[in-house]
Ligand binder design. Structure first.
Ligand code: ATP
Ligand code: MG
Length: 294
């Protein structure tokens, strides 16, 4: 399939607003299909990298990008930047953030399948030396079959190979899902971290949030206060684990949320973990039962 012209796409609705741009549901008049169109305005450096990454990745675990349109950055508009658009596969179920808002929490069997897909996606990306750096519920998208895919390479980094990019401002990401070595590099030897382990940490936070029904490091109802959050991530040693959580779930979370990134499990190790392999993910309790039509 080739999408050659932006004018073939008709904007139907806004489906998301992010820190970098707006995402629309669009309809392609000629091939009668729906897509998501992410339009980014402004500064050029990172959106260009996001486009490069999107063009390269091709995996069932990562949201596909069908075309990139860049209106260029001439001398005249260099200050304000210009816009860049990505035509992506449309994920009808929205994000895991939407699923959690509607259902509050998910059963372990569903989380097990979810974890498996996200880890498969990270295994693929890490193999291409791409560190996602922003794994969180709103960046995990769901389609109508209940398949979860990784999206949003807005602050991703390529750690080896062709691209050499400097570390981007931390404030662009969400501190809440950030690992200790990124929140406090001095204490947790972040200078030497390769970045892959930080994605594993975020997976642990997301999966624990799915079972608890609220963000793990802050009690429900408590206002997110950054100082408390950073202290809990970097120093807190008593992790709130749901009372009825299975031993496999608890072990999985502890392996992800190991503060010292040297000791944290790798993606490959987690793909072998009993929690991830305990059921066939085509079975009864699937994420599709939790997806809301939109
Ligand atoms: P942020 O910086 O806030 O994470 P962003 O500007 O980088 O956001 P995205 O995360 O790519 O943008 O998209 C924002 C939201 O738009 C998503 O959380 C999701 O709800 C919706 N969205 C993005 N891509 C798609 C898609 N392919 N299909 C359906 N919805 C999408
Ligand atoms: Mg996002």
């Amino acid at each position: 399939l080739s999408i050659k012209d932006l004018s073939d796409l008709q904007k139907l609705a806004v489906v998301g607003h992010g820190s970098s741009g707006t995402v629309y549901k669009v309809h392609h008049k000629k091939n009668q299909s729906f897509y998501a169109l992410k339009v980014i305005f402004g500064i050029r450096q990172q959106p260009t990298l996001e486009a490069e990454i999107l063009k390269r990745v091709d995996s069932p675990y990562v949201v596909r990008c069908h075309a990139v349109f860049d209106n260029g950055c001439s001398e005249a508009n260099i200050e304000n930047g210009s816009d860049l658009s990505f035509v992506m596969e449309y994920m009808e179920g929205g994000s895991l953030h939407d699923v959690l808002r509607a259902h509050h929490r998910l059963p372990e069997d569903v989380i097990s399948c979810l974890a498996k897909r996200v880890l498969e996606g990270l295994n693929y990306l890490h193999g291409l030396h791409i560190v996602h750096r922003d794994i969180k519920p709103s960046n995990l998208l769901v389609n109508e079959s209940g398949e979860v895919k990784i999206a949003d390479f807005g602050i991703s980094q390529v750690v080896k190979g062709k691209f050499e990019v400097s570390d981007l401002q931390l404030e662009m990401g969400t501190c809440a899902y950030m690992s200790p070595e990124r929140v406090d590099p001095e204490r947790w030897n972040g200078e030497n971290a390769d970045g892959f382990a930080a994605d594993v940490w975020s997976v642990g936070v997301v999966m624990l949030e799915c079972l608890l029904g609220h963000f793990p490091f802050i009690s429900p109802g408590q206002k997110p206060d950054w100082a408390t959050l950073i202290c809990a991530i970097c120093f807190g040693d008593s992790l709130e684990m749901p009372e009825n959580a299975s031993p496999e779930f608890q072990s999985f979370i502890r392996r992800c949320l190991e503060k010292d990134w040297h000791k944290r499990a790798t993606v490959i190790q987690l793909l072998d973990h009993p929690f991830v392999n305990r059921n066939s993910c085509g079975s009864t309790r699937k994420l599709v039962d939790y997806v809301l039509p939109r």
